[in-house]
Design a protein around this ligand. Structure first.
Ligand SMILES: NC(=O)c1ccc[n+]([C@@H]2O[C@H](COP(=O)([O-])OP(=O)(O)OC[C@H]3O[C@@H](n4cnc5c(N)ncnc54)[C@H](OP(=O)(O)O)[C@@H]3O)[C@@H](O)[C@H]2O)c1
Length: 268
């Protein structure tokens, strides 16, 4: 069984570790500055705990770099001399191209990946970049199997990662923002927090499932199905339009995209 080793077992690293361990197709190892994170992952999903970067790298067939973007280059420089057992390097660091990892001393095939937080419950949407010509068909199959454990995967050139990140990487924050707003409306309408939270989460999950089920039906049609002539919902829709909510949501995604490009260009 191949070992997938994680340097960095924080929010996103651990989300992917939970996903992979559910599939039982790989042994999973990890190293992090915080031993308590490793201990929890060991207890909950059998993570093989390593005591150092070097030990982790030496035990890994596939190495996943899951530290913050600013720490990636220095990390690769430190581990580049002990990568002999590793066959593929995967990086989930936002805004760090595969070429940067290679330039830092990694001569192996590098796949860059952009996950999102629903990966924690196996419902993520992950972009996989296979731009590196060193990645073989076999490497790609292994990478797809790893990330299928945390949800839906799409193959995407690294050049489209800023767009993907603005929509899908940051997307959960937009969805939670809308959930929060609906929750405040529920409280104004007299519902208790807990009951409103449960009902609204079901509303979002159920609506998404309906849209997936009726995939060829445009969202606008699904929305109009709820709007009876002279009815209540159309009055709410009209209020959203008067407040330019649609345009503001688009602006928010574009601001996220602009900031991603700025961070890529300035490294800040
Ligand atoms: N969260 C998201 O929604 C999301 C989405 C897409 C991509 N990503 C990418 O995922 C990566 C990780 O993000 P995150 O949210 O999981 O961050 P995080 O929760 O801070 O996790 C990173 C972990 O790695 C540890 N670490 C850093 N350098 C290390 C080293 N050399 N050896 C061992 N452990 C080390 C950190 O410890 P210290 O804090 O002590 O350094 C921390 O525990 C980032 O590059 C980010 O761009 C995240």
């Amino acid at each position: 069984m191949q070992t997938v080793g994680f340097i960095g077992c924080g929010n996103m690293g651990s989300a992917i570790i939970y996903g992979i361990s559910r599939s039982k197709a790989f042994q999973v190892a990890g190293y992090d500055h915080h031993p308590e994170k490793l201990q929890k992952l060991h207890e909950e999903c059998g993570l093989l705990v390593c005591e150092s970067e070097e030990e982790l790298v030496k035990k890994s067939d596939i190495l996943v770099i899951a530290v913050k973007p600013y720490a990636v280059e220095a990390l690769v420089r430190r581990i580049s001399s002990c990568l002999s057992s590793v066959k593929i390097v995967i990086s989930i660091a936002a805004g760090i191209p595969a070429q940067t990892i290679k330039n830092a001393g990694c001569a192996l095939p590098v796949c860059t990946v952009m996950p999102n937080t629903p990966a924690m419950v196996g419902e993520g949407c992950t972009a996989l970049s296979f731009d590196d010509p060193m990645l073989t068909a076999e490497h790609k199959d292994v990478i797809k199997t790893i990330f299928a454990g945390v949800g839906y995967t799409v193959e995407l050139s690294e050049s489209k990662f800023p767009e993907f990140s603005a929509l899908l990487g940051s997307g959960p924050a937009f969805v939670f923002y809308m959930l929060e707003a609906m929750l405040e409306a529920a409280i104004r309408l007299g519902f208790k927090y807990d009951e409103a939270k449960k009902m609204l989460e079901m509303l979002f999950a159920g609506s998404a499932k309906l849209a997936q089920h009726d995939f060829d039906v445009p969202h606008a049609k699904l929305r109009l199905n709820v709007c009876s002539p002279k009815g209540t919902t159309i009055a709410g829709m009209n209020s959203l339009d008067k407040n330019a909510v649609r345009g503001n949501i688009i602006e928010a995604v574009m601001a996220t995209y602009d900031r991603y490009l700025e961070m890529m260009n300035t490294n800040k």
